[in-house]
Design a protein around this ligand. Structure first.
Ligand code: AMP
Ligand code: GLY
Length: 420
């Protein structure tokens, strides 16, 4: 069969890599992909907002299945559009994608179904928000309602900082803002919890801990993710049961009351406070770099798992995992997450010869004249799998030394909580 993957990041290269290992798949197209997917698939540059053109390409090239990686096309309703034209799609529909597209949608669902989350208030104007802050405890969390690519969340240490956040959001820094969210700050440790769904049932799809801050020691600005490790050091059977019973199941019940059957990956961003889970946010996709970290542990053919979901047969599909520990380091362009130079050559990639249990996934890269250039903030992902995190790290560092790229940087302390 022929498969199309929407997206261009490390997550999509990882999905592409593991789908390319399936003997059921004869050809993969990536829309638009990157220099890594270019080696194993055909990259197609197409406007992802023009659903009609995409549909035409899918029909003209007889593509049998579309896998959607990032949130934007999901929130825009690409699944609904393609399904209306009888195309097999893996990814949730537009209403379900509100779990990520609108933080207020999710908070209201939490309230209605008693899902543990930070206490919150929804404000529709500047004056009331600022008035509320007068009697608040700090730090406090202020969030824009819209999709804001991981930005749009402020942790404000005092009233003045919080006022700036409120003003920036209502001034339209993240697009038109009718509402914002003010939230209690939760003290705990974060964990990414993944499930995969076919509309009728779901299965666990691993846990990870992402390092979102740009500087070592989890300091500095928030990024899309500087690295991750899997499994999370926090997960245990009791916690897993609580997450499913208190968070995932009530969410699915809430969606079903809206007539929605959830199909696709679901990513619960949790704060764990003394072995109790609190929902911080939902994402309606795999995490990036969590996907690159988790997929190498999957022993089952990814194509079988995705097809089982599309056919509502996940119940009959075994999903097997390796017990190994997985670690991922993200290499970013100098300057990220602020401005950075584009089109910087990455010369040494051909010096890296990956061994078993080592992976290199591209993100913001592009080919030109047989050379590879960095064109994005997050550029490459080095993954190592091993019996322990510390030897996984050694194998990554060994490859990073061979890369020796002056155009970028990485955090050397990924996984510091699980590596002595
Ligand atoms: P979000 O985009 O909602 O995941 O928020 C981005 C980051 O802000 C999260 O990964 C957390 O590190 C932090 N954060 C968000 N909400 C809270 C909260 N209520 N308490 C503490 N930290 C939070
Ligand atoms: N790594 C965080 C995310 O994918 O949203």
């Amino acid at each position: 069969m022929k498969v199309g993957i929407i997206g261009s990041g490390g997550r999509e290269h990882a999905i592409c890599h593991f789908l390319s290992q399936s003997n059921k798949i004869s050809k993969i197209y990536c829309f638009p992909g990157n220099a890594g997917t270019n080696d194993i698939a055909e990259n197609i540059s197409i406007d992802l907002e023009n659903f009609e053109n995409l549909k035409k390409f899918i029909f003209d090239n007889k593509i049998n299945l579309i896998v959607i990686g990032p949130e934007k096309p999901l929130v825009d309703g690409l699944t609904d559009y393609l399904e209306k034209h009888n195309i097999l799609v893996f990814g949730p529909n537009k209403i379900a994608s509100q779990l990520e597209g609108s933080k207020i949608f999710t908070k209201q669902l939490c309230k209605k179904f008693n899902i543990p989350t930070a206490k919150f208030g929804i404000f529709n104007n500047r004056e009331e928000s600022i008035k509320f802050l007068k009697n608040s405890k700090f730090p406090i969390v202020i969030k824009a309602d819209n999709l804001a690519s991981g930005k749009g969340v402020y942790i404000s240490e005092n009233e003045k900082e919080a006022q700036i956040a409120v003003n920036e959001i209502f001034d339209g820094k993240f697009g038109e803002a009718k509402n914002l969210l003010i939230e209690e700050f939760l003290y705990g440790e974060e964990m990414s919890f993944f499930t995969i769904h076919d509309g009728k049932c779901f299965k666990n799809f691993g846990t990870a801990q992402d390092h979102k801050r740009v500087l070592e020691g989890d300091k500095g600005k928030n990024t899309g993710g500087m690295g991750a490790y899997s499994p999370s050091r926090l997960i245990n059977n009791e916690l897993e049961k609580k997450i499913i019973n208190k968070i995932i199941n009530p969410t699915l019940k809430g969606l079903s009351e809206l007539g929605v059957e959830y199909k696709g990956f679901l990513y619960a961003g949790l704060m764990i406070v003394e072995n109790e889970p609190f929902l911080i946010e939902y994402n309606v996709r795999m995490g990036d770099p969590e996907c690159q970290t988790i997929l190498p542990k999957l022993k089952t053919d990814l194509c079988d798992v995705i097809l089982a979901c599309c056919k509502k047969e996940l119940n009959n599909q075994r999903i097997e995992w390796s017990n190994k520990k997985s670690l991922c380091f993200v290499i970013c362009s100098n300057g990220y997450p602020d401005t950075y130079e584009k089109n910087v050559e990455i010369p040494n990639l051909d010096k890296i010869l990956l061994k078993k249990n080592e992976y290199l996934f591209h993100a913001g890269t592009s080919n030109k004249d047989d050379k590879i250039f960095a064109i994005g903030g997050r550029v490459l992902n080095f993954v190592g799998l091993s019996d322990d995190f510390s030897s996984a790290k050694s194998s990554i560092i060994n490859n990073l030394n061979k890369l020796n790229w002056s155009g970028g940087f990485f955090r050397k302390d990924i996984g510091f909580k699980v590596i002595k």
